[in-house]
Design a protein around this ligand. Structure first.
Ligand code: NI
Length: 136
């Protein structure tokens, strides 16, 4: 019997979507306002979901305190109030789209969990636009 537990988190960050190897015109046509050279911010909402067996002794899939601490160290401390392009090494050469941010978050959290737990990341860049990554 597998059960999924989820925790919500939040961070604010700035980014610019562009490719250094493209002209400003091509970046503008592809990324529009998100190509603003002076960056812009988002209020990101995050849902971290962990699926696994209920531990017979504790009744937990994962201790939510443990999950909370992992999210704090791997996501909030790393991304909150940061300029993703400038201050976060993972995005030095990777465009900080919601898709890529979700993959980066997954790759940071996954090694901190026991191997038998499945992880899914849902990242809201706006209340209406969100992406999901589960490691496939
Ligand atoms: Ni944006």
């Amino acid at each position: 019997m597998k059960v999924t537990v989820s925790r919500k988190a939040h961070f604010n960050a700035a980014h610019r979507l562009y490719r250094k190897d493209w002209s400003f015109e091509k970046n503008d046509a592809t990324f529009g306002k998100c190509n603003n050279p002076n960056f812009h911010g988002h209020n990101y909402d995050l849902i971290v979901s962990v699926t696994g067996e209920i531990d017979k002794e504790t009744g937990y899939v994962i201790d939510m305190k443990v999950l909370k601490d992992i999210i704090k160290s791997e996501v909030e401390d790393a991304l909150d109030h940061k300029n993703l392009n400038v201050e976060v090494p993972e995005f030095t050469t990777l465009n900080p789209t919601a898709e890529n941010i979700a993959v980066v978050i997954y790759n940071k959290i996954k090694p901190k969990l026991s191997a038998d737990l499945k992880l899914e990341i849902t990242l809201y860049e706006t209340p209406r636009n969100f992406v999901t990554y589960a490691g496939d």
